[in-house]
Design a protein around this ligand. Structure first.
Ligand SMILES: [Zn+2]
Length: 303
């Protein structure tokens, strides 16, 4: 668990197509001062407007997580947010030349490799955590998501699809045990029938077998196959990690989700955040130090 906040050691750049528009997007991620959080900026629109990657700025969750202010939109931030969360980057500015983050290969792989190569730097402000103090669950139809107190950030994700290759899968993840690398390269997925419908509607214009697993009625149509047999559950876990980081701070708690998606993650996180009896902001300052600063040594008496 990190005591202090971290940012990038230096800027890094990625160029890739956007899932939404199908156009090439230039992305630059830059170091930022402590307590900045993750903020986005579109370089193609003047005047430049900063959009914080926080719950209050979420404007759509139907296909991906979208933040915005007025008419400005930034789509598909969740895999980049997951990379920042998993790599312990608290503060960064992300510049984009268009309305979305590059989709890359449909996972967080490119972002994670870039952060690894760039490196991260400790800052001299304490890191704040959202420590869950009371369990909370959110149900919508047959979908469910809940959080319980825990010493680190954990996710248990269950998915169920009426498809012979997936049926039921689950994945158990614990960031504090350093196993972010179990999920960062799991790709997003879609069904061929939905892909065709969405493309006919002018959506996911950049979607291809290079940036998603696509399933027909029997199996995966990507020639390279799957990266993990449970890549679907791993990817949904990655989405939860990215969406939970919209709380603005890392979470100390165990999130369990069944059949969840961006919309449920957002509604759940918003309901959780607005009830401050369920959590408190905390730091990793040790009890010893807290006691030491308040502690008055008893006077020594010599008889
Ligand atoms: Zn995703």
């Amino acid at each position: 668990m990190n005591r202090y906040q971290h940012t990038l050691r230096k800027p890094f750049q990625i160029e890739g197509i956007g899932l939404h528009t199908g156009k090439t997007i230039k992305m630059r991620a830059l170091p930022a001062p402590a307590n900045t959080g993750i903020r986005f900026l579109r370089t193609d629109i003047m005047p430049h407007t900063i959009i914080p990657a926080r719950l209050d700025f979420v404007v759509d969750t139907s296909l991906s997580t979208v933040i915005g202010i007025n008419n400005l939109r930034i789509h598909t931030i969740e895999h980049l947010m997951a990379a920042f969360s998993g790599m312990n980057v608290d503060n960064a500015i992300v510049e984009l030349s268009g309305p979305e983050a590059p989709i890359c290969d449909g996972s967080s792989d490119f972002f994670v490799q870039s952060i690894r190569e760039t490196g991260i730097k400790e800052q001299n402000s304490l890191r704040h955590y959202i420590e869950i103090i009371e369990s909370f669950s959110f149900v919508h139809g047959d979908k469910r998501i809940e959080v319980k107190p825990a010493g680190g950030f954990e996710v248990f994700c269950e998915i169920s699809y009426n498809h012979p290759l997936i049926t039921y899968q689950n994945f158990n993840f614990s960031l504090s045990e350093g196993n972010f690398f179990d999920i960062y390269n799991a790709r997003t997925f879609g069904f061929l029938s939905d892909v065709e419908k969405l493309k006919a509607m002018g959506l996911i214009m950049g979607g291809s077998l290079d940036n998603a697993i696509v399933l027909d009625t029997e199996g995966v149509i990507n020639p390279e196959g799957l990266r993990h047999h449970d890549e679907f559950a791993r990817h949904k876990t990655l989405d939860i990690v990215g969406d939970m980081f919209l709380l603005g701070y890392p979470v100390l708690g165990k999130v369990s989700a069944y059949k969840s998606g961006h919309q449920l993650h957002y509604q759940f996180a918003k309901a959780l955040y607005s009830n401050n009896k369920l959590w408190k902001l905390t730091t990793m300052e040790s009890e010893y130090e807290t006691i030491r600063s308040d502690f008055e040594f008893p006077a020594v008496s010599y008889n």
